[in-house]
Write a protein that binds this ligand. Structure first.
Ligand code: HEC
Length: 169
């Protein structure tokens, strides 16, 4: 619903700008004094920004049950000793991976790439980045599941796609 409305608004803005540009050029052709040269590219650039913003993240992050199951196995083996069975953390200085403080950092509509980026570049501390992107996506699916995110479409493991998803319950 929301993405459709946003997209429609973007197209509307685009249409209005195009109509505006057309009337400027026809006015110039008619010899009427109008905007200085350079105004049209500026308007186009502005319009580009409007479209980019309007098409910005809107789809909620999700994952498949299979991803979360695979993540559970890796988590148990490589993360649990510090972050705990229930993800509340506390062992060996491991931070909680659920709860208000955690949500404050990674939820609230932030792109999914933020959490993925942290995990895949900093965890586990003794060999950060040691897994494949798919394995990090599995681990993230498991963490999201514990945080009350609903399963659905697969969680991607590619930054560009993760950028388009928002982390929200
Ligand atoms: C040796 C202990 C240890 C292990 C093993 C470990 N972590 Fe961590 N993890 C930490 C510590 C300590 C922090 C906090 C780091 C900081 O704040 O700089 C952390 C932070 C995190 C965070 C960010 C939490 C926040 O509040 O920002 C995530 C997500 C995370 N770990 C996921 C994982 C995953 C997934 C694994 C398994 C692949 C893993 N960790 C393995 C110790 C560990």
């Amino acid at each position: 619903m929301i993405p459709t409305i946003r997209r429609a608004a973007a197209y509307l803005t685009l249409a209005v700008t195009l109509v505006g540009a057309a009337s400027i050029s026809s006015a110039s052709a008619a010899g009427v004094e109008t905007l200085s040269t350079g105004a049209a590219p500026a308007a186009a650039a502005q319009n580009g920004i409007v479209v980019a913003q309007a098409g910005a993240p809107a789809r909620r992050v999700s994952f498949t049950a299979e991803q979360a199951d695979r993540g559970a196995k890796n988590y148990k083996r490589d993360c649990e000793e510090c972050h705990g069975k229930d993800l509340r953390g506390g062992m060996n200085g491991g931070a909680p991976l659920r709860g208000l403080a955690f949500e404050g950092k990674y939820f609230g509509g932030l792109p999914a790439s933020v959490l993925f980026g942290y995990m895949s570049s900093a965890m586990p501390p003794n060999s950060p980045g040691r897994y494949s992107p798919d394995t990090y996506a599995d681990l993230m699916a498991y963490v999201l599941k514990w945080n009350g995110i609903q399963p659905g479409a697969p969680l991607p493991s590619d930054f560009d796609k993760l950028d388009e998803l928002v982390v929200e319950k």
